[in-house]
Structures are given as C-alpha cells and as structure tokens.
Design a protein around this ligand. Structure first.
Ligand code: SF4
Length: 369
C-alpha cells in the first residue's frame, strides 16, 4: 500500500507545511532563488536518509526513495518525527481529512467518528496553495461542515488565489442553513462539488442507516437550499441490503424531486470500520443482484442525470454498464487479487479496497479475457 505518512527529522517545535523539490535540480545543486519559503530542495541522499534544505531550515526524509515523494506537500510534525503527505504530486487522489467528528453514526461508516479534533485549516490552506496545476482536492471527515465557518473561508480563499484548483467535499448535508447563504455565495460554485449521501427515499430507512432521527427531512431541506444556491451536488447512495430493494424507488424520487443534482453515484461498501463490523448484515452482492441497480440507473440516466457506479469491480458489472464504473478506489487503498492476473479489464478496473476480504464478498468475479 502507498504510505500516506512517512518518517522525518526536522529541527522545529511546531508542525509546518513544506513542498519537497528534488529532481528539477541535480542532487547538491540548489536553486533556492527559484523556491518559495514553503519549499525545500534535495541536497544529498545517503544511507541515513534524504536531506533537504530551504529557507525554513533542513529536514531529513527517512525510509522512502526521494523520487517517490518528489513534489509532494507534507505536513511535518517534528515532535512525532512524522509527516503526512497531504498532496502526493503524482496522484489524483489527494484528500484533506479535516475532522474525525461527526453527528451521524452510519451503519457502514469506514471511518467511525472520534471526538478529538485539531483545527488544521491554516495548514490545509498552505498545502492547497502548493498543489500541482489543475488539481482537484478532496475534503472529507468525519463531517467537515461541523466546522463550516472555517471550511467556507478556506474554500473561498484558496479558489480565489488558485483559479486552476477545484474541490470535492464529502458532507452529510445536515448543517447548511440560510445563514450560510452569503458565505457560500462567495465560493466559486463551478469549482466545488458536494458529495452528499442519500440512502433511501423512505425517511425511516435513511434515518436508520445514518443513526439519526430526522436526518432525511433535514437533508431534503438542505438539498433544496443547495439547489437555490446553484451548488453542484453529487448524490451518493451506498448499496446495502437494507436499501437495495428500495433503489428503483429512490431513482424515481431523484428524477421527480431532485432533478437538479449533477450526478448520482451508486456505491459499493468498504470493508473497514463499522462496514467491517456490520458486513454480514449489510453487504449486498451486486454481482448476483444487479437488476435493481441497472433499472435504477437506467431510469435516472433516461432523464438526463448522470449516474455512476463507484467501487464496483468491473467483472461484477454486466458488460453494457461497465463504462459507467470508473476506477474510483483511491490509489493508496486499491488492490487486485489473484483472480485479476491476466484480466483484460485490469488497466481500467478499480479493483478492490486493500482490506476487502478474499473469502466473502462477490460470488461472481474473475478475469475477463
Ligand atoms: S478480475 Fe480483477 S481486474 Fe478483472 S475486472 Fe475483476 S476485479 Fe477487475
């Protein structure tokens, strides 16, 4: 698995953000006049690590080939001797985890909520400003809008300073209200997509899945507000046994009540966190029961709304629908199995989550020749 945290040595007291520059220069040949204050240049590589220098002082990266982190933006925690790779320059899957707090307790949550919270928005802002040209950065949690004042200000400022960047924000959609109108209006709507889960058109089913009474009603109210704001909404529905039979009804509800959404994503589960604990009662084997999925996305697409399949191994999807199943599993947690050897679809298949169990899951899968 691609490491998101690496070891560092840095002579500082407080966390800081830095971008590594390595191979534009020959090792040892610094061009500090071309660097900004948040950059360090590779000076020397030895058995003890890779040494970088910059305005903020030297840092040493340990245990990873510097060519693999060239251009990365790190949040260095010098006391712990670690650095989080906030932006991996070669990846399309960079996400800022802004909090682990959440007000919902979804049955299949891959990252169960924690109370502890540290505000890292100032660091995220610096990191975003150092992102590669044209990057799309994910924002996730926990629930990012629990800190919506900071979030809105962050989005507004970064999008103003970097007209080439865009964001994809995962949110439960519970916390928007009319008072946010002004702050949200200042955010460039064309460059932010809000990924919001809706699990069923039946309030009881949705509320049961998210563990919060009244969540469905609040969500619909807030989706209407986002429609009036002209926000781009990607509606997300994780497919599970409790809601699978409802999927065609949800599709009908979307075309009648939520036709303003940008996309609808039907998603497969991730076997980690609560998703692992509840796997036996929740996992829906779409390789056997694809009919509810195909009917639902056919209906939504027939009304001009994009519908996609996220996290579906391609061999579990009937051929006519495979073009709707992009490789959405992030590179750092994507894995393939023995069955994938020699598969003709592997280059465009997202495979499995690294932690997907080999002994239970899809009953029909295997290499496509
Ligand atoms: S066998 Fe593996 S690579 Fe091929 S479609 Fe299935 S999951 Fe994807």
């Amino acid at each position: 698995m691609i490491p998101l945290r690496i070891k560092v040595e840095a002579n500082a007291d407080q966390p800081f953000v830095v971008r590594l520059r390595s191979f534009e220069f020959a090792v040892g040949e610094q061009s500090t006049e071309q660097m900004n204050p948040f950059e360090v240049a590779l000076e020397r590589v030895g058995p003890e690590g890779a040494d970088y220098v910059g305005e903020g002082g030297p840092i040493r990266i340990l245990g990873i080939d510097p060519s693999k982190v060239d251009g990365d933006v790190l949040l260095v925690n010098p006391r712990r001797g670690t650095a989080d790779r906030l932006i991996r320059s070669a990846s399309q899957h960079n996400t800022f985890l802004v909090t682990e707090r959440c007000d919902q307790v979804c049955l299949m949550c891959s990252q169960p909520p924690k109370n502890h919270h540290v505000d890292l928005f100032p660091h995220f802002e610096t990191a975003a400003l150092l992102a590669p040209e044209g990057a799309t950065i994910g924002i996730s949690g926990g629930e990012p809008t629990l800190f919506k004042t900071q979030l809105f200000r962050f989005l507004e400022r970064v999008l103003l300073a970097r007209p080439d960047l865009s964001f994809h924000v995962l949110t439960n959609g519970q916390h928007f209200d009319l008072d946010d109108w002004e702050a949200m209006s200042r955010i460039d709507r064309g460059r932010v997509v809000w990924g919001i889960p809706l699990y069923s058109c039946d309030p009881a089913v949705h509320d049961e899945i998210v563990g919060k009474t009244g969540a469905h009603a609040q969500l619909l109210e807030n989706l209407a507000l986002m429609c009036r704001l002209g926000a781009q909404v990607e509606l997300r529905t994780v497919l599970m046994r409790p809601n699978a039979d409802w999927l065609p009804l949800l599709a009908r509800f979307i075309i009648s009540t939520l036709p303003f959404i940008r996309t609808w994503a039907v998603m497969q589960m991730e076997n980690i966190g609560f998703g692992r604990m509840n796997w036996k009662t929740l996992f829906y084997d779409s390789s056997e029961g694809f009919d509810v999925v195909s009917r639902s996305i056919d209906l939504v697409r027939s009304r001009g709304i994009d519908a996609w399949l996220y996290n579906f191994p391609l061999c579990t999807v009937p051929e006519p629908y495979r073009h709707l199943a992009p490789a959405t599993i992030s590179d750092w947690k994507r894995a393939y199995r023995e069955e994938c050897d020699g598969c003709s679809l592997k280059a465009r298949c997202g495979g499995f989550f690294e932690w997907h169990p080999a002994n239970h899951g899809y009953s029909n899968l295997g290499a496509i020749q």
